[in-house]
Ligand binder design. Structure first.
Ligand code: SAM
Length: 348
């Protein structure tokens, strides 16, 4: 049985950053809550070894964690990625978020090792805009990477697009793109300014929901995650769609699927968060936005990692609605969490 925090949220997933190095320098990147990434050739000291990654996965698997997502930085900069994927405990679903540039020539090997799903970041469908956003000229490699993933049987490939002022204009073309190409889905991720700054880039995500409702042939509302799935046809001539709360049945032939991930100031989103994170340097992290909840696993025994995981889960609270509360219309840190010392395993 998965562990639950005091807010009734079972922890069923873990998101593991394998490195904070990256070959891109995306202008919006939160680097899994840690801020700037480092260059691809920077030293690798401090990164968890493959053994350390596998050990933490084995421990959390004992507690009913069924899914792992590898991320970074750019996880494909790890030379031992195939080995890590191969050594994920049996029964754990393995997925990865990548910028896609290293998928050509490697996607099949990763799929054979046990990778089942991949998200590829693509924030614009225009090479120049893409270069501006990522500070890289690798647009064609990313497109090739998506194709390589599809060829390796990793469909559906989810394209992650951060929606903010500089990218919002590309949403319609990205939606057409997934409608016109089999095997692709689109995940529109609301820009989170909390860690990266630039509040002026934030957009009103409700306008994107409204636009998609008009564009979609049908909309499915999944109560459990409070998420909508928009199914879009290639012709873009939808009438007002049906909103269906029934069981998801997936996209029909010739349809694309679009989801919106909208965590900013969203209590519902936080109430439905079921994952913990591990930083590239081996610290549990209960929440993307918090910096006072890291618990290091350096030099720990398996038993100590178990205790630290229990502690991490026990200390998880919804960011919006509990850690941050609204006062006079403004989000402020709940007094209960100001200057509260975070216990670490060293205190045992
Ligand atoms: N390098 C990989 C990649 O490009 O996907 C993995 C790391 S990246 C930090 C993981 C995901 O975080 C990406 O899908 C990216 O779009 C998303 N992301 C990063 N910064 C963000 C922000 N400020 N707001 C919303 N999403 C963000």
């Amino acid at each position: 049985m998965p562990l639950e925090d005091d807010h009734g949220r079972a922890v069923t997933g873990i998101r593991v950053s394998l490195t904070d190095r990256c070959n891109f320098d995306c202008v919006y990147c939160h680097n899994e809550g840690l801020g700037d990434t480092r260059g691809p050739m920077d030293p690798q000291d401090g990164e968890m070894t493959a053994d350390e990654v596998v050990r933490v996965l084995e421990v959390v698997h004992e507690f009913g964690v069924e899914k792992v997502k590898f991320t970074g930085g750019e996880p494909m900069l790890r030379d031992d990625l195939t080995e890590i994927i191969q050594r994920v405990p049996d029964g754990m679903e393995v997925s990865m978020t990548t910028n896609g540039t290293f998928l050509p020539g490697r996607a099949a090997e990763l799929a054979a090792a046990g990778l089942t799903r991949v998200n590829v970041s693509q924030d614009a469908i225009d090479p120049e805009a893409f270069a501006e956003l990522t500070k890289s000229g690798a647009y064609d490699k990313v497109i090739e990477g998506v194709e390589a993933a599809l060829e390796a049987g990793l469909a559906p490939v989810k394209l992650n697009m951060v929606v903010m002022e500089p990218t919002a204009g590309y949403v319609p073309r990205m939606v057409d793109h997934v409608a016109e190409n089999d095997g692709l889905q689109l995940q529109l991720i609301e820009y989170m300014p909390e860690i990266t700054g630039h509040p002026e880039w934030a957009i009103d995500i409700d306008r994107v929901h409204d636009w998609l409702t008009d564009r979609a042939d049908r909309v499915e509302h999944r109560e459990m995650h409070d998420r909508r799935r928009y199914y879009v046809g290639a012709d873009g001539e939808a009438e007002t769609p049906d909103i269906d709360a029934g069981d998801p049945d997936g996209p029909a032939a010739g349809e694309g699927m679009v989801e919106i991930v909208d965590p900013v100031e969203n209590e519902e989103f936080c109430a439905n968060c079921h994952r913990v994170r591990v930083t590239h340097d081996g610290k549990f992290k209960g929440c993307l936005n918090r910096h006072d909840d890291h618990r290091s696993m350096a030099d720990m025994t398996r038993e100590q990692i178990r205790a630290t995981f229990r502690e991490t889960v026990a200390n998880r609270v919804p960011y919006y609605g509990e850690y941050m509360v609204k006062e006079d219309g403004q989000w402020v840190v709940n007094d209960d969490y100001i200057d509260r010392p975070v216990p670490t395993a060293d205190d045992d």
